[in-house]
Design a protein around this ligand. Structure first.
Ligand SMILES: C[S@@+](CC[C@H](N)C(=O)[O-])C[C@H]1O[C@@H](n2cnc3c(N)ncnc32)[C@H](O)[C@@H]1O
Length: 193
């Protein structure tokens, strides 16, 4: 997959639903506000990479809380990429890319990678290759952040050390499968030296 042009069941400012699954919904907004406010206490990243534009909620909050000089955003779907281009045209320093993050040429390393894609494929995850590509994007000094839903342990990515900065009680978030979740966390991952 290099790009896709998906037909969404619903594509509005508040919802992206594909084949019955919630790809993204505005119910994540309160959590993302807490998340980026929390990251801004510790991080002042100059160069940010965001993987997956979705509804542009995190993109907006990254601009608001982190003020990066460069904000690179990669999106695989052509329709969502059109929204990203519009977002980029209204900001300074936002660089849009159309493609699969795994095969797009991106100017790594970044100080912060916000990793929030959605898996449209039915293939099993290849976590070793995923983590290895992510390690290249953050280099030795950068940090990786991914959304963490629930009150359990964060996902373990080979070659990364993971820190939970804060856990939050959040207004109910709609998950991909239609269930709801009221807990979330701010998680940062660093390449193991
Ligand atoms: C959960 S949404 C991102 C939500 C976004 N953080 C927001 O705040 O609205 C996932 C996004 O990742 C995109 N995506 C999925 N697979 C991708 C890939 N391999 N490369 C780049 N983007 C991808 C989807 O099309 C979708 O726009």
């Amino acid at each position: 997959m290099t790009t896709t042009s998906l037909t969404f069941d619903v594509k509005t400012d508040d919802y992206l639903i594909w084949q019955g699954q919630v790809v993204m919904s505005r119910s994540e907004h309160p959590y993302f506000c807490q998340l980026f406010e929390c990251l801004a206490k510790d991080l002042r990243p100059t160069r940010v990479l965001e993987i997956g534009f979705g509804l542009g909620i995190s993109a907006d909050l990254i601009q608001h809380y982190l003020h990066p000089a460069e904000h690179h955003i990669v999106e695989v779907d052509t329709g969502i990429y059109a929204d990203l281009v519009q977002f980029a045209s209204a900001q300074t320093g936002v660089v849009p890319y159309l493609g699969d993050w795994r095969s797009t040429s991106l100017p790594a390393p970044f100080d912060l990678v916000f990793y929030d894609p959605f898996d449209y494929s039915s293939e099993p995850d290849d976590v070793v290759s995923e983590a290895s590509l992510l390690r290249r994007l953050v280099g030795n000094e950068g940090a990786l952040c991914h959304p963490h839903f629930g009150d359990g342990l964060p996902r373990s990515l080979p070659g990364f050390q993971t820190a939970i900065l804060e856990r939050f009680l959040v207004p109910e978030i709609e998950m991909a499968d239609g269930t709801h979740c009221g807990h979330a966390a701010a998680v940062l991952c660093f390449s193991e030296k």
